[in-house]
Write a protein that binds this ligand. Structure first.
Ligand code: FES
Length: 337
């Protein structure tokens, strides 16, 4: 059975199969809605349900008052009737912009105990357009997919750089960690996501947890390359010093007076490096966040805490942008070809 999803105050309509999420149906129909984790934990896909019935959502990402006000999570919303929704943003995706292709592992290197850089090169002559901060999906032989942010800036469009953290019990990341080698191939689709720098004069606070640095690296490199003079501060947090696996932020800081870098360690104190939770370091430096934009990428526990505490310190909700990555144990690829 198929239902029709309509967007309030627009002519946009698309079909959604029974059991399918509204987010997936929209993407299948060529529309991009705000989203990040796809797991019902980050709240990015929050949207008002104008009319219709859907399977009840029982998680606690939405507050009781938001649920009462008709807010739903489109990554969890499975319709039981035709729906009318009022997303804060929806746009048609250029059908020629998204590509599925087989990319070759051009370079692979271990940069920390649990972080591997994987450079993929597209087939000869192919370039893919994407926005700094977007992600791609690795398609495993069984059809399941894994999301990874692209760490390279968009002008490097003949390949992608991924920062892959080894997740204990994660079979795909374990495969990358143990077996993936130069010359192997991975099937990928890109680009996805709307974690990207918005036009604004407000100073930008970037908050990265662990490999959450990857999309933020892409955004900052792109902004600096374009000559942006916007005030930017990067707070990069990890448990131990080896988790701050790149010296680039120090170079950016040395070369750009409008860029500042604040490394933060949560577990192991180090001389000259702040201790504690990375989002708490932001709050320690700024009594009010009313005049900032915040771009936060990391695990959901970190992004949720940042959202809660930043908003309670005056950050307007529309100036909070999040890319929350989940760390589920994943399925094994039967081969990488
Ligand atoms: S809660 Fe839906 S994308 Fe994160």
């Amino acid at each position: 059975m198929t239902f029709t999803i309509s967007v309030e105050s627009s002519a946009i309509k698309f079909p959604c199969d029974r059991g399918e999420t509204v987010l997936n149906a929209a993407q299948r129909a060529g529309y991009e809605l705000p989203y990040s984790c796809r797991k019902g934990v980050c709240g990015t896909c929050k949207c008002r349900l104008v009319s219709g019935e859907m399977r009840a959502y029982s998680g606690d990402t939405l507050t009781e008052s938001e649920k009462t006000a008709g807010q739903v999570l489109l990554c969890q919303a499975r319709p039981r009737s035709d729906l009318v929704i009022a997303p804060r943003e929806i746009k048609k995706v250029d059908p020629f912009a998204r590509r599925t292709l087989t990319a070759r592992v051009f370079r692979i290197s271990r940069v920390a105990d649990d972080v591997t850089f994987v450079h993929l090169r597209f087939p000869a002559g192919i370039r893919v357009h994407f926005k700094a901060g977007q992600n791609l999906e690795v398609i495993l032989p069984d059809g399941t997919r894994r999301n990874f942010s692209m760490a390279n800036p968009p002008h490097e469009s003949d390949g992608v750089q991924l920062h892959i953290r080894h997740v204990p019990g994660g079979v795909f990341t374990g495969y990358v960690y143990d077996k993936l080698a130069r010359g192997d191939f991975l099937r990928i689709e890109l680009p996805f996501g709307d974690f990207a720098l918005r036009d604004s004069d407000k100073p930008a606070l970037f908050v990265a947890g662990s490999t959450g640095f990857a999309p933020i690296k892409s955004i900052i490199e792109d902004a600096l390359r374009k000559g942006s003079m916007r005030q930017m501060t990067l707070y990069w947090g990890a448990r131990t010093k080896s988790g701050l696996y790149s010296d680039l932020p120090r170079k950016w800081q040395a070369q750009n007076p409008h860029f500042s870098y604040v490394p933060v360690l949560s577990d192991t104190p180090e001389a000259g490096i702040r201790s504690g939770l990375v989002h708490a370091a932001v709050l320690a430096d700024h009594r009010s966040l009313a005049d900032f934009q915040a771009y936060v990428c990391g695990p959901p526990v970190m992004t949720s805490a940042a959202k809660r505490d930043f908003l309670s310190h005056g950050l307007p909700e529309q100036d909070f942008f999040v890319d929350a990555f989940t760390t589920r144990a994943d399925e094994p690829p039967t081969s990488a070809h």
